[in-house]
Write a protein that binds this ligand. Structure first.
Ligand code: SF4
Ligand code: SF4
Length: 494
């Protein structure tokens, strides 16, 4: 039987060659023998292993046979004619939920220029199908019913998590408090731990709120764009006044109270055109304000927005990510954590061999709930009739869910089949695809080059840590090594 190599990506770390095997998401360190095998079997026509072995000196043949078998077991070699496309296998349905994102309000006290909630890029319908306006705040009753819905729709899982989102989430603190206390009680009754997370712009972090978040060990993610100039350029009140001077003292107070008992706190930066270099922003947020981690997400927007990122900006962001990645690796080699969460998340996926059939958990283990209890793919798709998936009262529309997951499976994204980065990207964010192509099932082909370069950077960083301090890789073995849970972490893949 003839064999040939599958899709893989060669890269180097400190002069040592490696390969990332796309069908299995395995990372293989190459030596002289494995490199020779790859070169010999890389022809699309393939080659027979037996005759090739006979061309080698007799004493090398056992080692060559063993190396060949190992590469085949890792998915690097396959018989000629074997299918090349990713298998169509769907997850077993109905898939149990793990996370529910409650959009407790669709109102905000800031008017950020790039916000998808208010711009032309919004997905949600501002009015209900009958023409009446949507409820601006989720009631305590809807939030508590959502908790029951989550516990019922997640049978088979031990713990579940609830993320509160907005608008500005803390505008509806009363409902957050009621739902959290209710979930703690219901979780205890059923022996099912419930974890909480929240995203906020930090304008409403009062002492009462801070004490509550610390007490319930919330994973808190704060949207902040960096220094005063960058923050105040886009993250303004409706009067046009910037928010930096209001939020920074509140954030400092929260970080101080949270540090002894709470979970790590993450900053989420939206990258737009004209901002300070990424490493400068990172060090401002970590060293001067005191965040535990920082994640960067390029703005999602149509190309003609003045803040949109063009190719040149994306190239600069990649160079900046390279600088932060070097700092991350240096820290890891010294056994220390570094807060660049984009790289942390990517290395964790590489280490765990994650090979995604769908780009994120939206519609799978994660769903969003609107203020009125409608279910959507995720927080960005709530209140969108077209992408609705049922209600917390009537349950999930399983047929629509299955049709969506079928249509967005990696096996349907033909341009991705020849891409080495697909285990990590799997076509990218549905919301971004909807904004760009008006089709959430479309692969995000506008940023492939960037994704491949970023994946290559993640692989090189991973290999450097694996070679220099393999003990450190334990930090990637469970979620406990990760910073605060951030529901939008899949968005920062590019
Ligand atoms: S990656 Fe996109 S589709 Fe997925 S959860 Fe995030 S915003 Fe929603
Ligand atoms: S969208 Fe582009 S980068 Fe992502 S898997 Fe598909 S081809 Fe690769």
């Amino acid at each position: 039987m003839k064999f040939h190599t599958t899709l893989f990506h060669r890269f180097e770390s400190d002069g040592v060659p490696f390969a990332y095997v796309t069908p299995t998401a395995a990372v293989v360190q190459l030596d002289e023998m494995t490199s020779e095998i790859i070169d010999n079997f890389s022809d699309g026509e393939g080659a027979e292993p037996g005759p090739w072995l006979e061309t080698l000196e007799v004493e090398r043949q056992p080692q060559a046979r063993e190396a060949f078998d190992e590469l085949a077991a890792m998915g690097m070699l396959r018989p000629v004619g074997a299918p090349t496309a990713p298998p169509e296998q769907q997850p077993p349905m109905p898939y149990p939920l793990a996370t529910l994102v409650l959009n407790v309000t669709n109102k905000c006290n800031l008017s950020c220029t790039y916000c998808y909630e208010y711009g032309e890029d919004r997905v949600s319908d501002q009015k209900k199908p009958d023409g009446t306006p949507r409820l601006p705040m989720m009631t305590e009753e809807t939030a508590c019913k959502s908790v029951d819905f989550l516990l019922k729709s997640s049978e088979g899982r031990n713990g579940v998590s609830i993320t509160f989102f907005g608008g500005e989430t803390l505008l509806n603190f009363g409902t957050i408090r009621a739902a959290t206390e209710y979930a703690v009680g219901r979780g205890k009754e059923r022996g099912r731990p419930v974890a909480f997370a929240l995203t906020t712009n930090a304008t409403m972090l009062t002492d009462e709120v801070i004490d509550f978040l610390v007490e319930h060990k919330f994973g808190v993610n704060i949207s902040i764009d960096g220094n005063k100039g960058d923050q105040d350029r886009h993250r303004t009140f409706s009067s046009g006044r910037g928010s930096y001077d209001i939020i920074v003292p509140r954030i400092r107070k929260f970080l101080e109270k949270n540090r002894p008992h709470g979970r790590p706190v993450g900053a989420r930066v939206t990258l737009t055109a004209g901002m300070a270099p990424v490493p400068e922003t990172y060090h401002h947020l970590i060293d001067e304000i005191g965040f535990d981690s920082v994640g960067f997400a390029p703005v999602t927007s149509a190309e003609d927005r003045e803040y949109a990122l063009a190719d040149g900006h994306m190239g600069q962001i990649l160079s900046d990510f390279e600088i932060l990645s070097q700092q991350y690796v240096e820290a890891a080699l010294a056994g220390k954590r570094h807060g660049f969460s984009n790289l942390h998340d990517l290395i964790q996926e590489i280490h765990q061999g994650i090979n995604k059939a769908h780009p994120c958990g939206a519609g799978l283990g994660l769903m969003g709930v609107s203020t009125e209890g409608e279910l959507g793919l995720c927080h960005r798709f709530v209140e969108s009739g077209e992408h609705g998936l049922g209600t917390i009262e009537d349950g999930i529309d399983e047929q629509k869910r299955s049709e969506f997951l079928n249509a967005t499976h990696i096996s349907k994204k033909i341009p991705c089949h020849q891409c080495f980065a697909r285990p990590h990207c799997s076509g990218g964010c549905y919301h971004e695809a909807y904004v760009r192509y008006k089709d959430p099932a479309s692969p995000n082909l506008h940023y492939c080059e960037w994704i491949r370069a970023w994946t290559d950077l993640g692989l090189r960083s991973y290999a450097a840590i694996a070679q220099g301090n393999p003990e450190f890789l334990r930090n990637y073995e469970s979620a406990s090594g990760a910073p605060a849970p951030v529901i939008e972490k899949d968005e920062v893949n590019r």
